[in-house]
Design a protein around this ligand. Structure first.
Ligand code: COA
Length: 367
């Protein structure tokens, strides 16, 4: 059975920075309050032209470049997101088209902020089963579009961004070692985005009812998160036959520094074993773990051979953790330029549409 290695990584962060001071001009809050209660200093905000798909594509191209893999070699694309471009088509399909990943299946995965862990696990399982050789997992969000900028309980927390991993199969041991996934729908009301679904469809009543924004019971989510971060990490370690002493880094969902500190206490680990960058990005939901990973790799913190645990929680309620042995890119010949595939994307899309039209005509004649 092949092993699923993470061989490429990339991130995209919108340029615009919104500081705590900026927010204190919108609602009654302060930089001090936000920093002390959350650890967040600033977050990125998508431009009008940035979409969940375009941020995802930017991160994906970087990840493919690191892996030195052509988009056409991908067998699967999973986009974990809570803020897709549309209800359908899946944002993963938009990413597939823009990348020119013509042989990949593509779907979105919605498990709120745990989505990236879930998606990584699904992609790794598909590789380990032998059904595909390589996959792209994207976590991308434009949460700022759904934040109520008059609600100080939520607007201080969230930011926009994207991260992507390439996974490849190899007979060499390592890569994803174990994963656990959990859910508890009885807590679904604690963190919701009601608009767009069948209960509050955009055509019916969402905006009239004021349900078009993220809604959260912060205290309850906080309590839940502090409980599950340490337990999920421990479960993933047990499943991999490891102990906390075997791992070099924990990469947690970047929601609140106090939640990460509670996890550290629960695992009896010092904070310097946790990758933290929420001070500069806030909570970017499915993008938070890959963005933290990419920054940590670029700083040279995580090195080949290191064992790590990624752990997340979110709306649903959902939570999960994944243990991996870090390998880095598989040595390969040639020099792939995935950005060229994107440059040709528009033309390719038009050609494919034309071919589909002709195929349709021919098929009709056969009937
Ligand atoms: N600025 C100033 N005061 C604020 C404030 C803000 N932005 N937000 C809330 N307050 C006030 C509250 O109104 C409350 O005032 P009161 O005591 O007069 O009623 C007081 O501060 C304490 O509020 P509380 O909700 O107890 O604060 P907290 O320490 O729990 O922090 C969160 C609030 C939202 C930061 C925290 O609960 C949290 O991070 N929860 C988890 C959220 C999360 O991670 N969500 C995403 C999951 S993927």
């Amino acid at each position: 059975m092949p092993y699923a290695h993470i061989t490429g990584w990339g991130m995209a962060a919108p340029e615009a920075v919104l500081t705590n001071d900026d927010i204190s001009k919108m609602v009654e809050t302060s930089d001090t309050w936000i920093r002390e209660r959350t650890g967040i200093r600033e977050r990125r905000i998508a431009r009008d032209s940035d979409l969940t798909s375009t941020l995802g594509v930017e991160a994906s191209i970087k990840a493919l470049k690191v892996a030195n893999l052509r988009p056409t070699e991908l067998g699967l694309i999973i986009c974990a997101t809570s803020t897709p471009d549309y209800m359908f088509p899946a944002t993963a399909c938009l990413i597939q088209d823009q990348l020119g990943a013509t042989k990949a299946g593509a779907f979105d995965l919605m498990a709120a902020c745990s989505g990236f862990i879930y998606a990584l696990n699904m992609a790794a399982q598909a590789i380990r089963s032998g059904s595909i050789k390589s996959a792209l997992v994207v976590g991308s969000e434009t949460l700022s579009r759904y934040v109520n900028w008059k609600d100080r309980n939520t607007c201080i927390l969230f930011g926009d961004g994207a991260g992507a991993f390439v996974l490849q199969g190899s007979e060499k041991p390592g890569g994803v070692l174990s994963a656990v996934m959990h859910s508890d729908g009885s807590g679904g009301d604690l963190l919701t985005l009601p608009v767009g679904g069948s209960r509050y469809s955009a055509t019916r009543s969402a905006s009239q009812n004021g349900r078009q924004y993220i809604e959260m019971d912060g205290k309850e989510v906080f309590r839940f998160a502090t409980r599950v971060m340490a337990s999920a990490t421990q479960e993933a370690l047990d499943a991999a036959g490891l102990t906390v002493d075997d791992i070099q880094w924990i990469v947690p969902h970047q929601a609140n520094i106090r939640i990460i500190e509670a996890a550290a206490r629960g695992l009896k680990l010092p904070m310097d074993r946790f990758v933290v960058n929420l001070d500069r990005y806030g909570n970017t939901s499915t993008a938070s773990i890959p963005i933290a990973m990419v920054e940590s790799l670029e700083k040279g913190q995580i090195k080949p051979g290191d064992k790590i645990v990624m752990v997340g929680f979110g709306g649903g309620l959902t939570w999960g953790a994944l243990a991996a042995e870090w390998t880095g890119p598989i040595p390969s010949k040639g020099h792939v330029r995935p950005e060229q595939y994107r440059a040709l994307g528009r033309v390719r899309s038009i050609v494919r549409r034309a071919l589909r039209f002709i195929e349709g005509l021919l098929y009709r004649r056969e009937l």
